[in-house]
Ligand binder design. Structure first.
Ligand SMILES: NC(=O)c1ccc[n+]([C@@H]2O[C@H](COP(=O)([O-])OP(=O)(O)OC[C@H]3O[C@@H](n4cnc5c(N)ncnc54)[C@H](OP(=O)(O)O)[C@@H]3O)[C@@H](O)[C@H]2O)c1
Length: 225
């Protein structure tokens, strides 16, 4: 696995791309405005990075990260992602995304919507519960005493193993929260969402705070909605 495709290259996509390049992966970035709008980020990332369309990033990636506003999930290209592993970072914010009745009544989860849209792709939920600045700051090499862990959810064990390997390479341990249907356990509104990775009164200004695997595991296990 050498190339990471990014569908969405904003706060989270850009941060994952920086961590991936630092770990020795090639990245193919994409967004909604087209590759020419990503020149600055490609230049910053150097020779391991290039930009393309979303379909090109999907086709090029050995692993692909979908990191766009949830409202746009139906625009994610289906065919080039067939059979691949996709990491879904998306969260549901009705004020940004509009109302989704099946999310409002908890009959499904946002990652299951993406999975339904990509029927032969193996979707794994990850990165959605950490603020992008904290994600950048908390990455540590394997075995570091202050390493943090990220929660994942997914229906395919082999896909989760691939994502675990990727997270390990870019600086994180992994806690498996179960199948995609359990992904709500670290979605907005839960105690595992956002705040545990920061310290300080004002979340947006907060300093990144180490969150070891046992703590995120306990938060995910005790989640309520
Ligand atoms: N910000 C965080 O700290 C954070 C943390 C965890 C999870 N998340 C979640 O992760 C997702 C991305 O968040 P973000 O903060 O990175 O958002 P962002 O900074 O607004 O970036 C969104 C990216 O998606 C691209 N995009 C939008 N529609 C697209 C489409 N149809 N096809 C391809 N690319 C498209 C945008 O491209 P253009 O700029 O060209 O439109 C932009 O590159 C959201 O669901 C968010 O809730 C965010």
């Amino acid at each position: 696995m050498t190339t990471i495709g990014l569908i969405g290259s904003g706060y989270i996509g850009g941060t994952v791309a920086r961590l991936a390049v630092a770990a020795g992966y090639d990245v193919v970035l994409s967004n909604s405005r087209g590759p020419e709008s990503l020149t600055e980020l490609v230049t910053e990332l150097g020779p391991r990075a290039r930009a393309g369309t979303a379909a090109e990033a999907a086709a090029a990636g050995d692993l692909v990260v979908v990191t766009i506003p949830l409202k746009a999930y139906r625009s994610v290209p289906v065919e080039p992602l067939a059979g691949k592993v996709v990491i879904d970072t998306n969260n549901y914010y009705p004020e940004r995304d509009g109302q989704f009745a099946e999310l409002d009544d908890n009959s499904t989860t946002s990652s299951e919507l993406l999975q339904r849209h990509l029927p032969t792709t193996k979707v794994v939920k990850a990165f959605n519960n950490i603020f992008f600045r904290h994600l950048a700051d908390l990455a540590r090499p394997a075995g570091a005493p202050d390493r943090s862990a990220l929660a994942i959810a997914g229906d395919d064990p082999a896909a989760k193993a691939r994502v675990t390997e990727f997270l390990d390479a870019i600086g994180y341990d992994t806690v498996d929260a179960g199948p995609l249907a359990e992904g709500w356990r670290f979605q907005p509104g839960t105690s595992a969402y956002g705040r545990p990775y920061g310290s300080g009164e004002n979340f947006w200004e907060s300093t990144a705070a180490e969150l070891p695997a046992d703590r995120i595991k306990a938060l995910v296990a005790s989640a309520e909605r």
